[in-house]
Ligand binder design. Sequence first.
Ligand SMILES: Cc1ncc(COP(=O)(O)O)c(C=O)c1O
Length: 456
Amino acid sequence: MKSVDERYYDDHPGSLRLAGGGRRAFPDGATHDSRWITPFPIYMTRSEGAHKWDVDGNRYVDYVVGHGAILLGHSHPAIVEAVREQMGRGTHVGGATELEIRWAEIVNKLVPCSEKVRFHSSGTEADLMAFRLVRAYTGRDKILKFHHHFHGWSDYVVLSPEGEAAGVPQGMAETVVQVAPEIGEVERALDREPEIAAVILEPTGAFGGMLPVTPEFLRQLRDVTLRAGVLLIFDEVITGFRTSLGGVQGRYGVTPDLSTHAKILAGGLPGAAVVGKAEILDMIQHRGDPEWDARRRVAHPGTFNANPLSAVAGATCLEILDREPVNERVEAMTERLKSGLNGVLAGLGIPGFAYGLASGVFVALGVEGEWDEENGCTVPDATLNASKDPARAGALRKALLNEGVDIQGGWSWRLTAAHTEEDVDFSVEAYEKALRALIREGWPVSGVAAAETAAG
Ligand SMILES: Cc1ncc(COP(=O)(O)O)c(C=O)c1O
């Protein structure tokens, strides 16, 4: 029987050929850290619904879903049509459009904290703007973030939990306070650091919910920040419109001062926004006062802010989400996937469990534990985080690609409205085949011995 690597080479000759060009053109041969995969990446040609196809004609059930940007399924006909029509009218009119108002109005309708909106091109930019707004608004320089919570790749937030990152000036790193997501730690940091302007977090937990935080933690955080006079920012770049129509804030009724959005916001095209209290967003507003306008107002240019293609794709997508019970459908399909993956683990005698809320799924492999939405996970973050170990995640991703399934980074499954029962059942079978293939190669999952017996 072929090894995982042998199958990977044999089934993907076209990708292997293209990878030479990729390596000449790009560091790592890749254009995104999480697309870096050894020995070579798979080169995709097209995507539709829940599927995508590579240059060798292999079909995949897709759980990367545009790094979480796709919720209606790839190439949704209404979005394709709206973008096609707009392409003919102009991709950049260099001025205001009615589309940007339509887009902002649906955002204001859906996102509870949103009184005003400012559009950007990426989630990284939206988070950067949120930091600048809260600094200007409070007159304080520091931001509190949580270990491992991801807020893009800007200098402020790319830091390791130890506060380091190559190429980031020390002075910049000193403006960021990092603590574990525990309310006592937050209270102590706010007491210790009067310069903190705001607390930012991924409101389902680090890595899109892989290291979960509980709704109770969000409620406590809201109380503590209000008492301390510190602003609260939800980074809803990945959770927005996905965990509910109103994101995490809509799901739990905890309203931050600002939230940042991207991905689904722009219907699968590049686009992002910072939204929230009007008086904070209005730090960007000109006031006709020369001192304010020249020195105290927050500047915000950006060539592709609210560009017409992203605006029409975003507005079309969000209006569909508003009209149709998409989230409910996706969530039901996600439950089917979770219980299927749990069934595979039980069947193979591998300790572990699939968890995650709304349309996101993670698997804690090799450990016993439990997760539920209200109480979070019984397994410590450090143990859950081990599933992201690049060697282990890379091996699983490769083995799954061989079976016709693609998951992000080898650790994150996300669904769309286009995933059917058939897709999910196929993926569960693929997961079992992938695990069996890895186990045959001596993959270090505790409980492997039992699994080998089960695998026969
Ligand atoms: C929670 C969160 N914040 C920010 C970002 C950065 O967004 P972008 O990749 O659009 O810059 C991401 C991207 O995955 C994210 O998941």
